[in-house]
Design a protein around this ligand. Sequence first.
Ligand SMILES: C[S@@+](CC[C@H](N)C(=O)[O-])C[C@H]1O[C@@H](n2cnc3c(N)ncnc32)[C@H](O)[C@@H]1O
Length: 346
Amino acid sequence: MLLFIGPILKQAIANQQKSFRNKIFRIADMGSSFGPNCLANMQFMVEAIRKHERLEHASQKKATNGGICRLHLQAFFCDLPSNDFNTLFLQHHKEYSHFHEEGGCFTAAVAGSVHGRLFPPFSLHLVFSSSCLHWLSNIPRLILIEEAPEWNKGKIWVDGPLSNEAAGRAYAEQWNKDFVMFLISRFEEMAQHGLMFLRYLAEIDVMEAISSGGKIIYINGVLDQKDLDTFNLPLYFPNRREITSALKSAPNLRIQYFEVMTEDVGDKYWRKFMEDPEEGAKKMTDFYKSGLWNVIEAHIGSRKCETIFERCENLLKEDLKGQSSKDSYWIYPWSSYAILQLIKDA
Ligand SMILES: C[S@@+](CC[C@H](N)C(=O)[O-])C[C@H]1O[C@@H](n2cnc3c(N)ncnc32)[C@H](O)[C@@H]1O
């Protein structure tokens, strides 16, 4: 997952570590989830920090205590209370025992919303978040009110040629509010010279995304009209202007790097699944499930949700058999990311 941004993140960590003299270094992954990405992301950061530390020691020859003066690392996996933290830690102990080598890394779970405070003031040195900050804390209230211009009747999202402009604006406002709350909360929690490294979906051609994402939702016979009228995906992919504007109304975090980049994960990652439509459809369904199950289940219950994902898998299988491998965008359309590095100077 860090294939594209790994080098930028590594460099950012190296630059920032020069500013710290503490013996304790705390990393928090905001919206970590519980799957392999969350552990791989944390491992990447721990290794980058250790590598920089080794280089510093080598160049300064200031090793103590038998040649090594280690930073004490603390890693926090933060997600909503419904996140499967048990799976994370069972997995963690099985596959990532080397976290505890090289001077150790103390790990902990933090259950709560990233849109509010999660840590004491001045306690975090590196705040990381990948694929989380395009999730909204709530569907804007007016979206569900029949009399309001924002009512999003019969649709599950807010873009494309048939979109409702008022609903789109309500989503944009909600994203702005959530993102600013995230920045305000993290600003309080970050240590001086702390680094925030964010990656989230942005500037996506939503019609493309929703036309494939919608295959999961609009499946005849499972959902009735009321289900459709009242279900809305709590996602928003802001554009550059919206991100810049949110950053202006946030606290004093210096922008070190801001880019919206396309990660062609589809081609590299998904192409291999097209060779085996059965396996590919299953993998893709699991991928959609991991992101969408909770929100859909909360709306329509687990029985209908299960049926939807079963039908989704069949549909994908059929579609995969008819697709050419050039159509990777259809399969993994969500590939445009905002990458932000923010520094707390004071
Ligand atoms: C697509 S997963 C990203 C997982 C992982 N960070 C990665 O890079 O693959 C998004 C995660 O964000 C979490 N999330 C969404 N909104 C959140 C919130 N308000 N507070 C905490 N976590 C949130 C979800 O529960 C989910 O686990």
